[in-house]
Design a protein around this ligand. Structure first.
Ligand code: PAF
Length: 278
């Protein structure tokens, strides 16, 4: 397995007659990422994994500085996976030139006016910017994304449609720790006490889903969730929403097909998100 900082150099090793699966990541790889990479390897002759902590998708410089960077460990995890696996780990200047852009060129409409889009002002502009740049370099047949960032998947599906990119976006299920916590690179930043409380996001979603399936009023379900977090002093709840999976708009009444629960909370300084189909 080879690692490249420069895409032109990587490209020389790819066989243009063979299909490419692409897994964009920001590194600090865990089993969730590995599940995406294995899925790509299963369906494509060649797999490219990018490892790039994208500065333009962070609103908070503290969050960017804290983001775990573990390239050596990441490469060790990938080494045994497959021969036809290439890692693209560019510097910021390779992606953005001398300075990252300051414009917001994308319009994803209502998809960005909710949840992460409200809490993190330029986040999805930054995600779309880097993903479009990477897609245009790698030009894969398929790209693999984890459902933990479900709103991100809907943005990227929309990006691909808006830009007429011929890339299949493959949604992959959330991979969880045994206690239910959704795997995330940020989990490594939790203190032992925070880590022990972190599964609350998953248990809250499970409880809310059970109430939803009994058709309890949506307002009551939301109120119950807020009460749980009022009694959990290490947490600060950002949002709990029940939305339709396509447009990501709030569901207010039953029947509610294709509903999904979404939750974001700060645990100490670390922001965690989770979601589940209802
Ligand atoms: O999901 C992520 O890790 C990032 O948002 C992505 C898609 C690699 C873009 O930087």
């Amino acid at each position: 397995m080879e690692v490249f900082k420069n895409y032109e150099k990587l490209q020389k090793h790819l066989n243009p007659k063979e299909s490419i699966g692409f897994v964009p990541t920001m590194g600090a790889l865990h089993q969730g990422h590995l599940s995406l990479i294995k899925e790509s390897i299963k369906h494509h002759q060649q797999t490219v994994v990018s490892i790039f902590v994208n500065p333009t998708q962070f609103d908070d410089t503290g969050d960017l500085d804290r983001y775990p960077r573990t390239l050596e460990k990441d490469l060790a995890q990938l080494a045994s996976l497959n021969q036809n696996l290439w890692v693209y780990a560019p510097l910021v200047s390779e992606i953005y030139g001398p300075a990252p852009p300051v414009t917001n060129p994308y319009d994803f409409g209502a998809l960005t006016q909710t949840m992460e889009g409200l809490s993190r002002a330029h986040h999805f502009q930054g995600v779309a910017t880097v993903v479009e740049k990477l897609f245009r370099k790698v030009n894969p047949q398929s790209a693999y994304f984890g459902e933990k960032d479900f709103q991100q998947i809907r943005i990227i599906e929309t990006l691909v449609a808006q830009k007429n990119l011929n890339i299949e976006i493959v949604r992959c299920p959330i991979v969880r720790e045994v206690d239910g916590l959704a795997m995330s690179s940020r989990n490594t930043l939790l203190s032992p006490e925070e880590r022990s409380q972190a599964p609350l996001l998953h248990t809250t979603l499970c409880a809310a889903k059970a109430q939803f399936l009994r058709q309890q009023s949506i307002d009551t379900i939301k109120q119950n969730v807020h009460e749980i977090y009022e009694k959990a002093p290490l947490f600060s709840l950002d949002y709990f929403n029940i939305c339709d999976e396509n447009r990501l708009q709030d569901i207010k009444n039953y029947p509610a097909p294709q509903a999904r629960g979404f939750l974001a909370a700060k645990l100490g300084k670390i922001r965690l998100i989770d979601n589940m189909p209802f």
